[in-house]
Design a protein around this ligand. Structure first.
Ligand code: DI6
Ligand code: FE
Length: 397
């Protein structure tokens, strides 16, 4: 297939957005075979099924690199409680929060969990997403953690989308281990990780390093196990306070550290050294009405790659729109529209350890989004408006 008469935002080097005007993309066997100015198109790519884009913008298909789309129930009641004045941490300490989603997730069948997840994933696909990460972490017992990961894998068999899973056993201490987080880590979280790995269900290992969750020392024990199994790590770090999670993650060569509202200059330096991506989650900041913003300027100054994701979850970020995340990253955190687009393409792929997508470059997967816009900055600019025209997944429209 050949796409012609396109504005390409290749996200692959200078100028801004890797912009190519009057561009063309040739696709063969699910991969990008050639991309560049149409005038330079080699003869061998000319005689193909051609789609004239009439000047529309082509970007890499979007990558949502941090989601909890598989979960039971919803937390609309907690939303009301927070509007009545309770804080997120107060709700969590009162047995609501993550733990209430754990009860709903344990009670749900795989069929029910899959149906709920698919509804959210369909909204993502409609906005041009081709790859998403899905975490466990609402089971907190071995069977339910594995159930969540099986459902995550099943999403990719039901829809034309790629899924990367993260084992998030270290998300919260379940009620049956209340006050005994170390025992939970040793008796459930680590054996659960071994079981998930043995079943081929864990592409990465994640944790929640926070006062209401786990200490750096507890997370380190989980990461040591991940390392011995050869699984890459990532971490929810410095979301509500600074406990040193970002530096811990960097020390393990983590793919990403996520949230980072309370991260500082030293954290940015450590992440730059280890090549750890900063995953910015404005939906959670917005929902929790946080006032401390992540140190975007420090990440920029130190050359830390920044990704943007929805954090789609029932508590702190009940949001399925990656386009809205881009807008919020710009308006709330002063990221540029170009940084926001890099954040949902090239840097999001990197946060998942994927080298084969996130840019328009020969050899990479032909996962592309075609937008009814004139310039890529429009993607972060509009609010509640979806200009997706077509999505190409593995070379198929
Ligand atoms: N941080 C978050 O924002 C989500 N998980 C986490 O570790 C929230 C999860 C929830 O509230 O259900
Ligand atoms: Fe999260």
């Amino acid at each position: 297939m050949l796409l012609t008469n396109a504005t390409l935002a290749t996200m692959d080097g200078a100028p801004a957005y890797g912009l190519v005007e009057q561009g063309a993309v040739a696709i063969a066997e699910g991969r990008i075979a050639w991309a560049g100015p149409e005038a330079d198109l080699p003869a061998e790519f000319r005689d193909r099924d051609t789609l004239d884009l009439e000047g529309r913008v082509v970007t890499p298909a979007l990558v949502d690199c941090h989601t909890h789309v598989v979960h039971g129930g919803n937390r609309a009641r907690e939303f009301e409680m927070r509007l009545e004045g309770a804080s997120y941490e107060e709700v969590a300490r009162a047995g609501g929060g993550i733990v209430s989603t754990v009860s709903a997730t344990r009670a749900a069948s795989e069929v029910e969990l899959l149906a709920g997840a698919i509804a959210r994933v369909d909204a993502m696909i409609a906005e041009g997403v081709a790859t998403l990460e899905i975490k466990s972490g609402y089971g907190l017992d071995i069977d339910t953690e594995l159930k969540m990961l099986r459902v995550a894998r099943a999403v990719a068999s039901q829809r034309p989308v790629r899924v990367r899973t993260s084992y998030l056993g270290a998300h919260a201490t379940p009620p049956e281990y209340k006050g005994r987080p170390d025992a939970y880590i040793d008796e459930v979280c680590i054996p659960g990780l071994e079981a998930a790995h043995a079943a081929g269900l864990a592409d990465a290992v994640d944790g929640f390093c926070e006062g209401i969750a786990f200490s750096p020392e507890q997370i380190a024990r989980v990461f040591d196990k991940a390392k011995s199994l050869g699984i890459p790590v990532k971490l929810h770090a410095e979301q509500l306070s600074n406990l040193g999670g970002a530096q811990l993650a960097a020390g393990y060569g983590a793919l990403s550290a996520d949230h980072l509202e309370y991260a500082n200059e030293q954290d940015a330096e450590a992440m730059a050294r280890s090549g750890t991506v900063a995953v910015i989650l404005p939906g959670a900041y917005y929902t929790l009405r946080e006032t401390t913003a992540p140190p975007i300027a420090a990440f920029r100054a130190h050359g830390v790659p920044m990704a943007v994701a929805t954090d789609c979850n029932p508590g702190s970020s009940p949001m399925a729109s990656l386009l809205l995340s881009m807008n919020m990253a710009c308006t709330l955190f002063r990221m540029t529209p170009e940084e926001a687009l890099a954040g949902v393409t090239v840097n999001a792929a990197r946060a998942l350890g994927l080298e084969d997508s996130g840019r328009i470059r020969p050899g990479l997967r032909a996962d592309l989004a075609i937008w009814d816009i004139e310039h890529p900055a429009e993607l972060a600019y509009r609010i509640g408006f979806n200009p997706l025209w077509k999505r190409i997944f593995g070379g198929t429209v």
